[in-house]
Write a new protein. Structure first.
Length: 172
């Protein structure tokens, strides 16, 4: 028999709690995934900030998140009904390079990186992020600047570059 899962309202309460905890440390909660695995739940917390996050910071926020969850009635079983009191495994991490760019802050954090964008009309564009505005990103595509509105983008991901071209090689 699989364990009871957290209800939508419990997930929302956990998300709100963790947003507060990570924000108090100058971080953004990028994702919270709650997955039943056997008799446990895996709570995967993804955090980031401008300039990135190192392993010591991940460990520090992991301790803070764990303490907050240990005191939360939603998780400990103090809430009426629901999945509270279920055993869980906590994983705190930073976003991987394959995480889609979905918010202006993601674009800002990837300035000067190569990205591939698929527009809603199916057109695919690969270029280097110059700037990120509130409603659009400016890329260098084949030596020319191109402004892409976020509303026109279906998917965008950072490309892994094993050998980045020098400035001379990038010039038109």
């Amino acid at each position: 028999m699989s364990p009871a899962a957290f209800r939508d309202d419990e997930r929302a309460a956990i998300t709100s709690l963790l947003e507060t905890v990570v924000a108090s440390r100058g971080l953004d909660l990028e994702a919270l995934d709650i997955t039943p695995v056997g008799r446990r739940q895996v709570l995967r917390v993804v955090v980031d900030r401008d300039g990135g996050i190192d392993l010591d910071e991940v460990a520090e926020v992991s301790r803070a998140v764990s303490a907050a969850l240990d005191e939360s009635p939603v998780v400990t079983g103090g809430a009426a009904g629901g999945a509270g009191g279920l055993p869980y495994t906590l994983e705190v991490t930073s976003p991987g390079v394959d995480r889609p760019l979905t918010h202006p802050r993601h674009w800002r954090r990837n300035a000067d990186r190569l990205v591939t964008v698929t527009r809603h009309d199916g057109e695919e564009i690969t270029g280097r992020v110059l700037t990120a505005e509130e409603d659009a990103a400016v890329l260098t595509v084949d030596g020319a600047q191109q402004r892409l509105r976020y509303a026109d983008i279906a998917r965008a991901t950072v490309q892994v570059e094993f050998r980045r071209p020098s400035s001379a090689e990038e010039a038109p």
